[in-house]
Design a protein around this ligand. Structure first.
Ligand SMILES: *Cc1c(COP(=O)(O)O)cnc(C)c1O
Length: 394
């Protein structure tokens, strides 16, 4: 492809469309772990696959381009990307974290990094005053997730970045729910963007992967050193699968987001549904901020039924979505945060965050939207059914 600038839709297909050596239109898969040196003084572009692998590098260049960064890094999971990036911190440093952070990140901070003397406070990132008040002299990092999981709460990215810069803090942002097609945190001043590429980027529920991208050369050097030191790199086969998934990201996300909007509009009309959480709804809290900083609402929504009993009935009745953890796949995935992603959180804490026993999360896939709606419709109808009265024969 020439040097012209194209839309992301076109670049996704063509930016690494052929191999310069052979013209192959699919990135060659280099399984080699070590690379021949012609002389002990002569280093080639690659020496050992942990430090650099040609297949992984194509993926790392692709994500860097998509996020508008200078360098991308591929890891063996989203958690590996997040954990490695946290290693930029040192003993005694303090982190401010979004209260609604992904469960695995919560565990890393509270049960692993704390043992290495890294301090933390959880804050409601929607409240910039609370964030400002919580910054300490040793705060080195503010960690953002927006929209958050599972209530799709919105954080004002630029607002947080401003506070961080004024206090010499780094900002990390987990962009898993949006992908670079919908939200470009580096352009808003964020230092490191993180992804569970397991979700939308790979998109087919068949690769576990993580990515980190930065727009800052110095941070890139530090991350590169940490990626090689910690060693949780993505293998070439998974890098290849992820590259393949990325080619269809635009069309997948467009379709899923359109269906998610239709489904959200359908759910809000139903009496059995107490609340619908979706950044695409004009009354969603933070909708205006979201519209300002992102290009679309994405494909994940949550809705609240009245009780655990209703959840049980609905999940028994619906036919199309798989009932599972995870999101961002070609198949719609229905999950129950109270018993799945947030099961380890004490009930009181969970409910304080709005994750009640009636809350369901739906990640909308590529099935026919009308069929998905019909499926949910008959599921919701089943909640209304009166228990069958005993027929008494007189
Ligand atoms: C799944 C997920 C992660 C963790 O990624 P893995 O690939 O499962 O390690 C991190 N953040 C968010 C928002 C996620 O949804």
């Amino acid at each position: 492809m020439s040097e012209k600038t194209y839309s992301q839709q076109t670049s996704l297909i063509h930016s690494h469309s052929y191999d310069s050596h052979t013209g192959a239109v699919s990135t060659p898969l280099y399984h080699a772990t070590t690379f021949h040196q012609s002389d002990f003084d002569e280093f080639g572009s690659y020496d050992y696959s942990r430090s650099g692998n040609p297949t992984r590098e194509v993926l790392e260049d692709t994500i860097a381009e998509l996020e508008g960064g200078v360098k991308g890094f591929a890891f063996s999971s989203g958690m590996a990307a997040i954990s490695t990036s946290f290693l930029m911190l040192s003993q005694g440093d303090h982190v401010l974290i979004s209260e609604e952070v992904y469960g695995g990140t919560y565990r890393l901070i509270t049960e692993v990094l704390n043992r290495f003397g890294i301090k933390y406070s959880f804050v409601d990132m929607r409240d910039l005053h609370e964030v400002a008040r919580s910054i300490r002299s040793n705060t080195k990092l503010i960690y953002i997730e927006t929209p958050s999981n599972p209530l799709l709460n919105i954080t004002d990215i630029e607002g947080i970045v401003k506070l961080a810069k004024a206090n010499d803090c780094l900002t990390f942002l987990d962009n898993t729910f949006m992908t670079p097609l919908l939200q470009k945190p580096l352009s808003l001043g964020v230092d490191v963007v993180l992804h569970s590429a397991t979700k939308f980027l790979a998109g087919h529920s068949d690769v576990l992967a993580g990515l980190a991208v930065t727009g800052n050369e110095k941070i890139a050097q530090r991350l590169s050193f940490l990626q090689n030191s910690f060693g949780a790199v993505l293998g070439p086969q998974d890098s290849w699968l992820l590259l393949r998934g990325l080619k269809t990201l635009h069309v997948r996300l467009k379709q899923s987001s359109e269906s998610a909007y239709k489904i959200a509009r359908f759910l809000e009309t139903r009496d059995e549904v107490e609340e619908v959480y979706y950044p695409g709804l004009s009354y969603h809290k933070g909708h205006e901020i979201h519209v300002r900083q992102a290009n679309g609402p994405g494909a994940v929504l949550s809705f609240r039924l009245k009780s655990e009993e209703d959840v049980r009935k609905l999940t028994k009745q619906v036919d199309i979505p798989v009932f599972a953890v995870s999101l961002g796949a070609i198949e719609s995935i229905l999950s129950y945060p109270a018993k799945m992603s947030h099961a380890s959180m004490p009930k009181k804490e969970r409910e304080r965050r709005g994750i009640t026993d009636g809350l369901l999360r739906l990640s909308v896939g590529l099935e026919n939207a009308d069929e998905l709606i019909h499926d949910l419709d008959q599921g919701l109808n089943s909640l209304k059914e009166e228990p069958i009265k005993k027929v008494i024969n007189l």
